[in-house]
Ligand binder design. Structure first.
Ligand SMILES: Cc1cc2nc3c(=O)[nH]c(=O)nc-3n(C[C@H](O)[C@H](O)[C@H](O)COP(=O)(O)O)c2cc1C
Length: 383
């Protein structure tokens, strides 16, 4: 079965398993003329990579990206961009006990139930190691979108029962990367950090959520029904492992609001274009963008691999077993998922901008970073 590709114009196809040789991604549909080097991708991968602090897994992956196609003389060529990230710190042996005795609530049982086999090292393909590929692809999408005035940001707004007050977009830009927890409200970040420590000390883990926002997205993006921006973005967000909810605008609070309160009156903006007075709907009406910020929240359950004792069964021996998943695991997911959420937003929005003709899919010739086509006789490809 498939399921390893996302996007229609900006197509992201991935491969790789947590403890395999390498992770890899092909980005097909990136216009020519984008100035691109490995350092652009690496900056985003460094935000996602494991081992950054005491509240992330201690797996020591450098996550060094290698671009091996689609870029020549520092610019994209319009042909598929191939990127490889080698796995350097895989230790599969630790997972042998779970080959036929699945970890509770992970993907071990369901992958075996589906395929009759699975790559069991580190959770194989079900592992969130896969999201390294999405962050690599998202870095390219982000580079294009920022030149078109689209900016995406996310921060952790809840861990367990510790909830951050609303913050501005500017505060997210300034503060998010300042705390290990990636919460843009510094006082709350401190409290979250303490709570994570407590769960870690107990050999447990904890859930949490992320607030996300995209600014500068033009009005009119999204198609009716199954290809609405809300549905395709929701699908992409739910592809992030351990996501349990995705909401836009008021989200689940909408159930308590009267129509007369939630409805936004129409007015004209400074340029004379119709615009809703407020943004309770999160920048989306009829599944299509209004031109206001797209915003919402998503939830991640607590990581399932915990040292605390749990029970499982071995389907080969027919025995019940006690199980403790000791070792290198994230005690909480949202801090590491922030760059993944931003990548997913960038990829999805760029896909819609290309599809809607807002960006030339072949070349960025109307872009400030314009590339004059040059013949490079010294390049091996031209010999
Ligand atoms: C960035 C990120 C890192 C993750 N790290 C871990 C981890 O270290 N240990 C773990 O058990 N699950 C981790 N997960 C969650 C698992 O990948 C996920 O629970 C598993 O694939 C089963 O999928 P499901 O929870 O959607 O059912 C992580 C998820 C994300 C988004």
């Amino acid at each position: 079965m498939n399921g390893n590709q996302f996007g229609r114009m900006f197509q992201v196809t991935t491969y790789g398993e947590s403890h395999g040789d390498a992770m890899g991604v092909t980005v097909s549909g990136c216009p020519a003329g984008l100035e691109l080097e490995e350092a652009d991708i690496q900056a985003e991968l460094d935000r996602r990579k494991p081992g950054q602090s005491m509240i992330t897994t201690s797996r020591g992956e450098p996550d060094a990206v290698e671009i091996n196609s689609g870029v020549q003389d520092g610019y994209t060529t319009g042909t598929p961009i191939g990127m490889v990230i080698e796995n350097k710190d895989a230790r599969s042996g630790k997972y042998e006990p779970y080959v036929t005795a699945p970890r509770p609530s992970h993907g071990d049982f369901t992958y075996s139930a589906k395929f009759g086999t699975r790559n069991w090292g580190g959770g194989g393909r079900s592992s969130a190691r896969e999201t390294v590929n999405w962050v690599a692809a998202g870095a390219i999408a982000q580079k294009i979108l920022t030149t078109y005035g689209v900016d995406v940001k996310a921060h952790v707004n809840q861990i367990g029962d510790i909830k951050a007050p609303p913050v501005t977009f500017e505060e997210m830009i300034e503060n998010t990367e300042e705390s290990e927890v990636r919460c843009a409200h510094p006082e709350t970040a401190e409290m979250m950090r303490e709570q994570i420590d407590e769960y870690q000390t107990e050999g447990d883990s904890i859930g949490g959520s992320i607030y996300f926002e995209a600014r500068g997205v033009p009005a009119g993006l999204g198609a009716p029904r199954f290809d609405s921006l809300s549905s395709r973005l929701g699908k992409a967000m739910f592809s992030i492992p351990a996501t349990t909810s995705v909401e836009y605008g008021l989200g689940h609070e909408a159930r308590e609001w009267r129509g007369s309160d939630r409805n936004e009156d129409w007015e004209f903006d400074d340029d004379g274009n119709p615009i809703p007075e407020g943004n309770t709907h999160g920048g989306l009406q009829g599944g299509i963008t209004t031109g206001q910020p797209i915003y919402g929240e998503a939830t991640w359950h607590a990581p399932t691999s915990i040292p605390k004792e749990q029970q499982t069964v071995d389907w080969e021996t027919g025995e019940k077993k006690d199980i403790q998943v000791v070792g290198r695991h994230d005690p909480v997911l949202p801090p590491r998922a922030v760059p993944v959420v931003e990548a997913i937003l960038n990829i999805t929005i760029l896909d819609f901008m290309l599809l809607d003709g807002r960006i030339n899919p072949d070349r960025l010739d109307d872009n400030p970073g314009q590339y004059e086509t040059e013949y490079h006789p010294s390049s091996p490809q031209n010999n």
